[in-house]
Ligand binder design. Structure first.
Ligand SMILES: Cc1ncc(COP(=O)(O)O)c(C=O)c1O
Length: 474
């Protein structure tokens, strides 16, 4: 586990916070910018991190509520990960996966396969989550071409999904605003209802919601034609869509329909993998699923090195090897596939997870849930959803209509601003805040996090009331 030390002795970046801010404003294009600010903004300065904490340019200490971005699982400033990065760079910094193989990539593939469900025994490495999803989709296309099913290419995805920012992976996204100004490979993607019980369609009961989703899935397969559908992709818990926990039993039922219709089931575990739900993979251990492919990234290196990958079923590879097209090339791969430094970091990260952090995450998860659930006492909070050490706090205009605060879509940002002043970084998503702190978080730190959230939400309630944007229903 990351040792806690005074961070004041760590190397300075060489420029002051103000200078870095100005350089960013002049030269940096940050991800997901708005046209009115593109290339001219600088976001909050973070200079240091240690354990569950990060420090801003004014030396303010903040709990890292989002854990970087669902990724700093073993915490910041982990000496073991820093050391292994240095050691591997001194041993072998890079070798081409086109023509060579380095030991860390092979050993890591074996260890990942041991954690994956069913016959998911093979790993193709990528550079992150989007490239992992892109790889799984291109692999599905290739697989069906080789099998003589060139029409079987469409992908079933869901509302509220987030699968990445490459063209094809982004085409699967289903969150509001994701496609407002962006093109997508719409001809390849069919969208289904988000499995969000809190926002289920009018007239559908809570008990009947899983049946509704399964019926919709079956009807879609029938209308699009199984012969045209190559894969379904789903996050076990939809993360960026607001920590949407699906109704019980729904995912295994979808898995069965996929199996019956020769549709590959891709479980996107970019967020849920590597400890977020207390296990290396949640698909099997939490949801009883045996997908055909699992995509992973983020927590695989606790965010210390950009690495991702796809775990692929043995069955599919055997089928390809036995096909009549031995020379069919899977023309896909990255310069940094199987990067030795990334794989070495991931191996050490896995040692740390297996060596106690997974146990710790499972042990504190009930406390995390119980404490966060108390926020539902606040009238602005419509629902708190928790799975393992991830949480989504959804604010509503009123509890009866569950209106997602149409008057102020930026309520998440307001909460974030208050929490920031109080010592907590929050990830705002429209009318929600999502949390995924480092898995090493203690019960006392969870208490601190929740009490800041409570105060931040209360102050936001007051602001909205004062500005006439929100009125508590009596
Ligand atoms: C479920 C899921 N899949 C894929 C991605 C894309 O990963 P990356 O940003 O590493 O490309 C994300 C990113 O948040 C994600 O949450």
């Amino acid at each position: 586990m990351a040792a806690m030390r005074d961070v004041s002795d760590s190397a300075e970046a060489g420029v002051s916070a103000d200078e870095a801010f100005e350089l960013a404003r002049r030269h940096l294009v940050q991800p997901w910018p708005y046209a009115g600010l593109i290339g001219s903004e600088s976001r909050g300065y973070i200079g240091k991190g240690d354990g569950v904490y990060i420090w801003d340019g004014e030396g303010r200490r903040l709990i890292d509520g989002p854990g970087g971005m669902w990724c700093v699982n073993v915490g910041h400033r982990c000496e073991e990960l820093a050391a292994v990065m240095y050691d591997q760079a001194m041993e072998l910094s890079y070798s081409s996966p086109w023509t060579t193989m380095s030991p860390p990539s092979a050993i890591l593939a074996k260890r990942i396969a041991e954690h994956a469900p069913g016959d998911l025994d093979h790993v193709f490495y990528t550079t992150g989550g989007s490239s992992a999803v892109e790889t799984a989709l291109r692999f599905m296309h290739y697989y069906n071409n080789v099998r003589g099913r060139p029409e079987k290419k469409k992908i079933l995805s869901r509302g509220a999904a987030y699968h990445g920012s490459t063209y094809l992976s982004a085409s699967l996204n289903g969150r509001p605003r994701d496609h407002d100004w962006m093109d997508a490979a719409s001809d390849l993607v069919v969208k289904l209802t988000a499995p969000n019980p809190f926002r289920r369609p009018a007239g559908v009961s809570a008990e009947g919601f899983a049946d509704f989703l399964v019926d919709e899935f079956r009807d879609t397969v029938a209308s699009v034609g199984a012969e045209n559908i190559g894969a379904f992709i789903g996050e076990p818990v939809q993360a960026s869509g607001g920590v949407i926990v699906p109704p019980k039993g729904y995912l295994p039922r979808i898995r069965e329909i996929c199996r019956d219709n020769d549709i590959l089931y891709i479980s996107d575990e970019v967020v849920t993998g590597f400890g977020r739900l207390g296990h290396v993979f949640a698909s099997g251990e939490v949801f009883g699923l045996d997908p055909d492919m699992i995509t992973f990234a983020k927590g695989v290196t606790s965010g210390y090195f950009p690495l991702g990958g796809v775990v692929i079923s043995e069955r599919m590879l055997v089928e390809l090897r036995k096909s009549n097209h031995a020379a069919a090339l899977f023309g896909h791969g990255y310069t940094y596939s199987s990067h030795p430094i990334g794989c070495a970091v991931a191996l050490k990260n896995l040692d740390l997870l297996e060596g106690g952090i997974l146990d710790h995450a499972r042990r504190v998860a009930p406390h995390f849930e119980a404490r966060l659930k108390t926020l539902e006492e606040l009238p602005l909070v419509g629902q708190v959803r928790v799975a393992g050490l991830m949480a989504g706090i959804e604010c509503v205009a009123d509890r009866e209509s569950n209106d997602p605060l149409q008057l102020d879509k930026e309520v998440g940002k307001r909460i974030d601003q208050h929490c920031y002043q109080l010592g907590l970084l929050v990830r705002p998503v429209i009318n929600m805040c999502v949390m995924s702190p480092p898995l090493i978080i203690s019960e006392a730190q969870i208490d601190e996090m929740v009490s800041i959230l409570r105060e931040g939400i209360s102050r936001t309630q007051e602001d909205l009331r004062r500005e006439g944007l929100w009125k508590e229903r009596q």
